[in-house]
Design a protein around this ligand. Structure first.
Ligand code: HEM
Length: 200
């Protein structure tokens, strides 16, 4: 059975509602001081994980479309990508605001000194560029180069997953699962990586 236009509409509504519910739940936990002994760390982790989940979900759309022949699903890919950027912006905001108290020099120092943060920063810059250029008018102006740029999402996913793996001090099972999922999703784009290697 093919998903209809109405089905896509409901799917988008579910995505928006789940984002609103998550944000409300998070605000409640903060307000009631229920985030445990280290609330800032908890918040950073939660927001980072949610951003990564949305990013990997957006990458899963194309393989799902191909395997289950659901062409209309393409209409939710941009939304998932934009939500990933929104969550990662909050992740960064919490880090700069609550961890570093707006010390921008310290922020750049940290990003340069700690490789796991450098990987996160590269992923974030890619997501920022992809979000800006997802505006239809810009997309039209960019023509073919739009697709070239948007394929950088693969690198964003890889860098973000490495950032996660590297940030963890103990309990490597979960980040390893995320890396495996990321590699699986990238293996579905073998052609892109083969072409890249040919041009080198
Ligand atoms: C400039 C960009 C970024 C900065 C400064 C940053 C900062 C951080 C920090 C401070 C932590 C906590 C490390 C610790 O516990 O000691 C963290 C963890 C994490 N970040 Fe980022 N991050 C950035 C980009 C990203 C991006 C682009 C993603 C995903 C799309 C992401 C996803 C995660 C995840 C999943 C974790 C681990 C959460 C957990 O352990 O449960 N981050 N990040």
């Amino acid at each position: 059975m093919k998903i209809s236009v109405r089905g896509i509409f409901y799917l988008k509504v579910v995505i928006h509602l789940s984002a609103i519910a998550t944000l409300t739940w998070l605000a409640y936990l903060v307000d009631q001081d229920l985030l445990g002994a280290d609330p800032v760390k908890e918040l950073t982790h939660f927001l980072g994980k949610t951003a990564l989940n949305f990013l990997l979900l957006s990458l899963a759309i194309t393989p799902v479309i191909k395997r289950f022949k659901q062409p209309l699903l393409i209409r939710v890919r941009r939304l998932l990508g934009l939500y990933s950027f929104a969550w990662v912006s909050l992740h960064l905001l919490v880090f700069i605001w609550l961890d570093l108290q707006w010390e921008f020099l310290l922020f750049f120092d940290e990003v340069i000194k700690r490789p796991y943060l450098s990987f996160g920063a590269v992923a974030l810059i890619i997501l920022l560029l992809l979000s800006i250029t997802s505006i239809t008018a810009i997309k039209k102006k960019m023509k073919k180069s739009w697709l070239t740029l948007h394929r950088f999402v693969y690198w964003a996913a890889l860098f973000a997953t490495i950032h996660y793996y590297w940030s963890v001090k103990s309990g490597l099972i979960e980040p390893t699962i995320y890396l495996a999922i990321c590699f699986y999703l990238l293996s579905e784009r073998k052609q892109y990586f083969r072409t890249l290697l040919k041009f080198r």
